[in-house]
Design a protein around this ligand. Structure first.
Ligand SMILES: Cc1cc2nc3c(=O)[nH]c(=O)nc-3n(C[C@H](O)[C@H](O)[C@H](O)COP(=O)(O)OP(=O)(O)OC[C@H]3O[C@@H](n4cnc5c(N)ncnc54)[C@H](O)[C@@H]3O)c2cc1C
Length: 492
C-alpha cells in the first residue's frame, strides 16, 4: 500500500473469501442459522464464474461411485441426499424439488419432484453396466476383466438397492435418515428393483455395439436418483437467500495481504484488499473462511495447510440442440469406454436452450501443457448417435479445472469434500470435490464454525420464497454469472 493512500477499516463477524458454490453455500447456511454479519469477497466480477459455473451439472447421489471397492464416496453422496432433504427442501420449498415420497404404505424414499423451475431435472440418469459379452470385455484377452465386471456389478446392484430401492425406509419420525455404511455394505443386490430398460437406452446400446460390428450385447440398465441440476439457479437462490439475511457481497476484489499473528497458533488479524473501485480496505473479523477453489495454491503457505494440492483439467463437449432425450452414463471397467450424456436446459430472456453435455472420465494434470484431448469423447459420441447426427449439431468444447487436497490419510473421504480448521485459529478452509456436495459442505462447515466462534443459533420460521422477494431475486440475477455454456451460446 502506498503510504499516502487512505484505507477504510471494516469489521464484520465472518468474512468468506470465494464466491463459488462452497463459499456461497456456507454463507447462506450460516446466515440462515445465526444473526452474524457476513461478507463474501469474490475476485471475479460475478459470482459462480469458475469451477461452479463450468461443470457438467450432474447431481451425484452415488451411482457413479457405487461400484468402487470402498463405499465411502458412495455413502457420502447418499448422506448428501439426506442433508439436502433435511436442510434445503423445507426452506427452499418452491425450487428445491427433491423430497421423500411414500412409495408404498408408510415406506418413503427420495424422489425428484417435477418442477420446470426447480433445481433438479426430473429426468433420471440411467446407468448402463456392460456384461461379459459387451465389446470392451469380449475383446479383452484378460479373463480377469470378466471377473472384475461381475464384482463391480454386484456391488452396484446391492448398494443402489439399499439406498434407493425397496430396502431402506428413509422416513424416521419426522426426519429423513439415509442408510448407514454397514447397511449398504451388507446387502447382496441380486433382486435389485431399480432395473429399468427403456427402448431408447436399449437402442443407444445396440447402436454402440453395432459400431464394433457386433450383435447387441447384454447390459444391466438401472434407473437412479441422479439427474441433471440447474447449477446457476441453485446459486442464484442461495445468493437471494443470503441477500435476504443481509449478507453483503463484494465482487471484483483483489486480496493484497493477510496480516497474521504468528505467536502461538496462527490467527488472522486482518485481510487487506482492493475493491473494484480501487479503494483499499482492511477487513477484520472473528472468523475468515477460505473457499477459493483452484486458487488455494497462493494461500497454502500463509494458512499453513500441510496437504498437497492436486489440480487437473477436464473437457466437456456441448451439442446444441440436444442429441437425445435421455440422461445416460455408461460405466466401464475401462476408462476409455466411460461416457455420459446429460440433457441440460437453460433460459436467457425468452429463449430456451436445450443441449447435450458429453463427457468421459478423462482428466489431465494441470502441469501438462497440452490441451485435454476431446477426441475420445467425440469418438464415443459418434458410436452412440452416429456421425451424421453428431456433426449436424453446433458443437463446442471447454475445459474446467478440478482442485483437490491430497493428504496421506482419509484420502477417499477427502475426495468428497475437505474442511480444515485448527481449534485455536480463526479461519477455516473448504474445498468440495463436487458441486453436488454443497448441502453437506455447508452443514459440516457450520458444525465446525460452532467450535470456532460463539454465537446464538437461530432457525428461520418461514420458508424462503424468492418469487415474493422480487428485489433480492433481481439483485441475485445480476450478481451471479450465467453458467457455461450459456455464456458462449448468447454471445454468438
Ligand atoms: C470438468 C468438470 C466437470 C464437473 N462436473 C461436475 C458435475 O457434473 N457435478 C458436480 O457435482 N461437480 C462437478 N464438478 C466439480 C465442481 O465443479 C467443483 O467441485 C465445485 O464447483 C467447486 O466449487 P468451489 O466453490 O470450491 O470452487 P469455485 O467455483 O472455483 O469457486 C472458488 C471461487 O473463489 C474465487 N477466488 C479465488 N481466489 C480468490 C481470491 N484471492 N479472492 C477472492 N476470490 C477468490 C474464484 O474466483 C471462484 O469464484 C466438475 C468439475 C470439473 C473439472
Amino acid at each position: 500500500m502506498n503510504s499516502t493512500q487512505a484505507s477504510e477499516i471494516e469489521y464484520v463477524d465472518v468474512v468468506v473469501v470465494g464466491g463459488g458454490i462452497a463459499g456461497i453455500a456456507i454463507a447462506e447456511f450460516l446466515s440462515r442459522h445465526s444473526n452474524l454479519t457476513i461478507k463474501v469477497l469474490e475476485k471475479s466480477l460475478k459470482l459462480g464464474n469458475l469451477a461452479s459455473g463450468k461443470l457438467e451439472g450432474w447431481f451425484h447421489t452415488g451411482a457413479l461411485y457405487s461400484g468402487q471397492d470402498d463405499a465411502q464416496t458412495f455413502i457420502n453422496c447418499v448422506n448428501g441426499v439426506e442433508d439436502i432433504i433435511n436442510f434445503y427442501s423445507p426452506y427452499f420449498l418452491k425450487n428445491c424439488n427433491i423430497n421423500l415420497i411414500e412409495k408404498s404404505s408408510n415406506f418413503y424414499t427420495p424422489t425428484i419432484i417435477p418442477n420446470a423451475q426447480g433445481w433438479f431435472n426430473d429426468q433420471p440418469v440411467h446407468i448402463i453396466h456392460p456384461k461379459a459379452d459387451a465389446p470392451e470385455i469380449s475383446s479383452s484377452r484378460l479373463r480377469s476383466d470378466k471377473v472384475q465386471v461381475d464384482i463391480q456389478l454386484s456391488r452396484v446392484l446391492g448398494r443402489l438397492e439399499v439406498a434407493y430401492g425397496k430396502q431402506h425406509n428413509w422416513k424416521n419420525n419426522d426426519s429423513c435418515v439415509a442408510p448407514s455404511y454397514a447397511q449398504v455394505e451388507n446387502y447382496e443386490g441380486v433382486s435389485c428393483s431399480l432395473r429399468q430398460s427403456t427402448e431408447n437406452i436399449r437402442n443407444l446400446c445396440s447402436k454402440f455395439d453395432s459400431s464394433y460390428g457386433m450383435m447387441p450385447s447384454n447390459y444391466e440398465i438401472l434407473h437412479t436418483l441422479d439427474c441433471s441440476m440447474n447449477t446457476s439457479r441453485i446459486i442464484k437462490d442461495l445468493v437471494a437467500s443470503c441477500l435476504n439475511q443481509e449478507v453483503t457481497f463484494e465482487t471484483g476484489i483483489t486480496i493484497d495481504k493477510l496480516l497474521i499473528d504468528r505467536y502461538g497458533p496462527i490467527r488472522l488479524k486482518s485481510l487487506i484488499c482492493k475493491t473494484k473501485q480501487g479503494l483499499i480496505k482492511r477487513l477484520k473479523a472473528k472468523l475468515f473462511i477460505f473457499a477459493v477453489g483452484e486458487e488455494f495454491e497462493s494461500f497454502l503457505a500463509d494458512l499453513q495447510i500441510r496437504a498437497r494440492l492436486k489440480r487437473s483439467r477436464s473437457a466437456m463437449v456441448v451439442a446444441y440442440p440436444a442429441l437425445v432425450n435421455n440422461n445416460f452414463v455408461r460405466m466401464s471397467t475401462k476408462n476409455r469406454f466411460h461416457f455420459n450424456h446429460f440433457l441440460q436446459q437453460r433460459e436467457k430472456g425468452n429463449k430456451k436452450f436445450i443441449y447435450s453435455m458429453l463427457a468421459n472420465s478423462g482428466y489431465m494434470r494441470d502441469e501438462d501443457p497440452e490441451e485435454v484431448d476431446i477426441e475420445p469423447i467425440l469418438e464415443l459420441a459418434e458410436r452412440y448417435f452416429g456421425k451424421e447426427k453428431l456433426y449436424d449439431r453446433q458443437l463446442f468444447s471447454y475445459e474446467c479445472m478440478k482442485t483437490e487436497f491430497i493428504s496421506e490419510e482419509e484420502q477417499k473421504r477427502r475426495y468428497s469434500y475437505w474442511i480444515e480448521s485448527n481449534p485455536q485459529s480463526n479461519y477455516l478452509c473448504v474445498l468440495p470435490g463436487k458441486f453436488s456436495f454443497f448441502p453437506t459442505v455447508a452443514y459440516q462447515a457450520y458444525q465446525r464454525i460452532k467450535t470456532l466462534i460463539n454465537f446464538e443459533e437461530s432457525t428461520p420460521k418461514i420458508a424462503f420464497d424468492s418469487t415474493t422477494l422480487k428485489k433480492v431475486k433481481e439483485q441475485a440475477e445480476t450478481l451471479v454469472a450465467d453458467s457455461y455454456p450459456l455464456q458462449f451460446f448468447t454471445v454468438r
